[in-house]
Design a protein around this ligand. Structure first.
Ligand code: HEC
Ligand code: HEC
Length: 356
């Protein structure tokens, strides 16, 4: 895939300024090790705070435009669902932090799903997709919801035949994949390519990591110190402030609000993985209530206190909780600027929506 990198001017400026101050490049290799080096990791490379356990989201925009544009259309395409009404964006609303802000999603025939929908923003930083990590990457993930009876309730054959009946899609797929016939692999590949662009750089915290001290307040900085000192950072670290390991929910004390959802165990059938979940990304956490796989709280302070109690076996003072929450709020980055796509009309051959 040909990738063109666009580095924003202020990023360039920051890079120069910081480089002059600290000629240390020690984490450049780290970015490459994580597999994101090719997407422009220069921002963090010379950072004044390059030793921190959290790294700034690389600022880079991919412009492989034909594939990404196609993926964007598919992300917003309700005709990939049986009802012709539900798109990826229905549950991963890019107007609201890439999530639906519901305890669990509403799918086909208004069915309530079993688990809270994580955001698609920065999902590329996850070691695997879904709470239990059952999809190894975004491409594999994207095939799931289309055929999930509780979500879009279509089948891969039906979704492909809908696209195949629309000449514009046939043309676009041909341009990108050089194939006359559309297949589900390419549908998922294009959606995943679009999702790769859904990162949220430039949070205030990232600016601070890049050496702009004034970007976060004293209490926000103290919150970060607590986040490290109390041990949150053991699990929530890296570009996504999470997303790079599976951990038991209930390390210090069994979590008893939901004992039905077995998490990683469903994939591995390994007893030690019972109640292990992919550590969620804390990027944009202020936008994605309710929290936890079971949406057991809408309140970020309460979520932090639950983490302290169940993961670390400690109790935070109100002041400590408030400061950690203040820090977490600095993790909201620039939301992807989306121009809402116009979709081509159905034809006489397009299978009709079925609402039941
Ligand atoms: C009906 C609501 C719904 C629709 C429609 C939907 N999703 Fe999801 N999505 C969810 C839920 C719920 C989960 C979590 C499921 C789980 O982990 O078991 C999820 C998980 C994901 C994840 C994994 C995120 C992570 O952190 O693990 C990605 C990526 C994603 N969806 C992308 C998509 C794409 C792409 C589409 C369209 C093809 C789509 N979703 C359609 C509800 C939905
Ligand atoms: C031992 C690993 C571990 C530690 C330590 C830890 N977390 Fe978590 N965190 C998790 C896991 C796993 C989840 C997902 C739990 C679930 O919903 O099943 C999570 C979820 C969260 C969520 C909710 C995210 C969402 O999108 O729903 C927040 C907020 C959070 N953690 C903050 C913190 C804070 C603050 C601390 C320190 C006080 C902390 N965590 C310590 C592993 C950890």
């Amino acid at each position: 895939m040909k990738i063109m990198k666009f580095t924003a001017m202020n990023c360039f400026m920051a890079f120069v300024v910081i480089n002059c101050a600290t000629p240390a490049f020690s984490t450049a290799g780290g970015l490459i090790d994580m597999g994101y080096g090719s997407r422009g990791g220069s921002m963090g490379a010379g950072s004044a705070r390059s030793q921190e356990p959290i790294q700034p989201i690389p600022i880079s925009f991919d412009w492989n435009s034909a594939k990404i544009e196609l993926g964007k259309k598919l992300f917003f395409e309700p005709r990939l669902s049986k009802s012709g009404w539900i798109s990826c964006n229905s549950c991963h609303n890019l107007s609201t932090g890439g999530a639906d802000n519901l305890p669990s999603s509403i799918g086909h025939k208004w069915l309530f799903g079993p688990i809270n929908a994580p955001t698609v923003l920065n999902a590329k930083f996850n070691l695997a997709q879904f709470w239990d990590g059952r999809a190894k990457n975004l491409k594999e993930q994207a095939k799931g919801p289309i055929a999930n009876p509780m979500e879009m309730a279509s089948t891969h054959e039906l979704a492909v035949s809908v696209l195949q009946s629309i000449p514009e899609y046939v043309q676009w797929f041909k341009e990108v994949y050089e194939d006359e016939t559309i297949n589900i692999d390419n549908v998922a590949d294009a959606i995943a390519a679009f999702e790769e662009t859904l990162t949220t750089p430039n949070s205030r915290f990232d600016s601070w990591l890049n050496g702009y001290d004034e970007k976060i307040s004293e209490s926000e900085r103290e919150g970060y110190t607590l986040f490290k000192g109390k041990g949150c950072v053991i699990c929530h670290n890296g570009f996504g402030v999470g997303g790079n390991s599976f951990q038991i929910f209930g390390v210090a004390k069994p979590y008893n609000k939901d004992t039905q959802t077995l998490g990683r165990y469903n994939v591995t059938k390994n007893e030690k993985d019972k109640y292990a979940f992919k550590v969620p990304l804390l990027r944009n956490i202020a936008l994605t209530a309710p929290y936890f796989h079971d949406a057991s709280t809408w309140d970020l302070s309460e979520a932090v206190n639950i983490m302290a109690e169940y993961q670390l076996g400690t109790t935070l003072t109100d002041d400590e909780t408030n400061k950690i929450v203040a820090f977490l709020r600095t993790l909201t980055g620039d939301q992807p600027p989306i121009i809402f796509p116009t979709l081509p009309p159905s034809t006489a051959n397009t299978p009709k929506p079925v609402r039941n």
